[in-house]
Design a protein around this ligand. Structure first.
Ligand code: BDR
Ligand code: CA
Length: 306
C-alpha cells in the first residue's frame, strides 16, 4: 500500500476523500495534518478526528496553521455546513498533541523517505512552512500532490482563482516554485463527480454511509454544481494515487499571482511556453471519471465496513 500523509481542511469533499483513503486497501494513511480553509483550524482538526472516529481508525492528527501566510482567511461554511461539515458526527473528547502540522510534515517525510506521498487538499499554508523549514522536502518524498488552482479552466471563488490557492496565494506560490507539485485543479476536479444514484443508494443504506451521503450532498447549491452529480474535488487526488491511469497530465511552467489585483491567487500556466522556462508542475488536464468513481466507491465501502 502507498503511504500517504494528507494535509487537509475538512470540509465535506475532504471528508469523502479521507474516508475513501482510510478504507482503501491500496492506501496506508500515515497521518493527517490540518489547516484553516473551509472553516477554522479548530473545526478542521475536530472534523478530521471525527472522521477517524466514525470509521474506527487510529491515525495521528497534527493541527496546523490558523491563518494564511499573508492574506485574510475566507471560510466556506455556507457550502460545507456549520462547523465546516455536514451530517451527524461523533466528536472525540480530548485534543491533538502539541506538534505543529508543518513539523509533522517534515518528520513524516524524514521517517518514510522515498515511500511517502504528500497529498495537500486545502490551502497550502502548512506545506509552504514545511518547505521553508526543509527545502529538500521534495527530494525526500516520493510525490507531492496538490488539489488547487485552475490552470486553464475558470476559477470557483473569483472568475480565475480556485478556493485553496485564493485562500493563501503566497503559500501556493512557494509550493509551486519549490516543490514541483503534481497539480490537480478545477480543470479535472469539476468533473470528479459522484452520481446522484450512488448518493441515493448510500442514503438508503444509512449508518456510516448515510453520513457520507450528507458529505456528498455538500455542494448542491454551489456555483460549480454539475448535472452528473456533485464535484468531490479532493477525491480526484486520491483516485490518481491509487490508480495512476485516472488523470492525464502535461508538464508546464506555472506561477501563482500574488499581486493583489483581479487575478490574485490564480495560476498563470505557460501553456505555450512563451516564458521559455523549464516546467515546474505536472498539471492534470483530463480525468477518467469511471476510474475515479471506482476508487472512491471501493474506499468508501472499506470505510463503512471497517
Ligand atoms: C477546494 O476548495 C475547498 O473548498 C474544497 O475542500 C477543495 O479542496 C475546491 O476548490
Ligand atoms: Ca479541501
Amino acid at each position: 500500500a502507498r503511504k500517504v500523509l494528507f494535509d487537509t481542511d475538512p470540509g465535506c469533499d475532504d471528508a469523502v476523500m479521507l474516508a475513501a483513503a482510510l478504507g482503501h486497501d491500496a492506501i496506508d494513511v500515515v497521518g493527517l495534518t490540518t489547516v484553516c480553509g473551509n472553516t477554522t483550524v479548530e473545526n478542521t482538526t475536530r472534523n478530521a478526528r471525527a472522521i477517524l472516529e466514525l470509521g474506527g481508525y487510529d491515525v495521528p492528527v497534527a493541527r496546523g496553521c490558523a491563518r494564511p501566510l499573508v492574506d485574510e482567511l475566507t471560510t466556506a461554511e455556507w457550502i460545507h455546513g456549520a462547523g465546516g461539515i455536514r451530517g451527524d458526527l461523533p466528536y472525540p473528547s480530548g485534543d491533538v498533541g502539541d506538534e505543529h502540522a508543518a513539523d509533522a510534515i517534515v518528520r513524516h517525510a524524514r521517517e518514510h523517505g522515498g515511500d511517502l506521498t504528500i497529498a495537500a487538499v486545502g490551502p497550502l499554508t502548512n506545506l509552504a512552512l514545511a518547505l521553508a523549514m526543509e527545502p529538500a522536502l521534495p527530494d525526500i518524498v516520493d510525490d507531492i500532490y496538490v488539489m488547487g488552482g485552475a490552470a486553464l479552466a475558470a476559477g470557483n471563488v473569483t472568475p480565475v482563482a480556485e478556493a485553496n490557492f485564493h485562500n493563501d496565494p503566497a503559500a501556493a506560490s512557494r509550493v509551486v516554485q519549490d516543490a514541483s507539485p503534481t497539480l490537480v485543479g478545477l480543470d479535472v476536479t469539476n468533473d470528479a463527480t459522484i452520481s446522484f444514484e450512488r448518493i441515493e443508494s448510500y442514503e438508503a443504506r444509512g449508518g456510516v454511509l448515510g453520513t457520507v451521503a450528507d458529505w456528498l450532498r455538500y455542494p448542491a447549491d454551489a456555483l460549480d454544481a454539475r448535472e452528473t452529480g456533485p464535484s468531490i474535488h479532493d477525491a480526484a487526488v486520491l483516485a490518481d494515487i491509487v490508480d495512476p491511469d485516472t488523470l492525464d497530465f502535461a508538464d508546464y511552467y506555472c506561477e501563482i499571482d500574488t499581486t493583489g489585483g483581479p487575478s490574485h491567487g490564480s495560476v498563470v500556466c505557460d501553456q505555450h511556453g512563451v516564458y521559455d522556462e523549464a516546467p515546474n508542475a505536472a498539471v492534470a488536464l483530463d480525468i477518467d471519471v469511471e476510474r475515479y468513481r471506482d476508487v472512491v466507491a471501493a474506499g468508501l465501502s472499506g470505510y463503512a465496513t471497517h
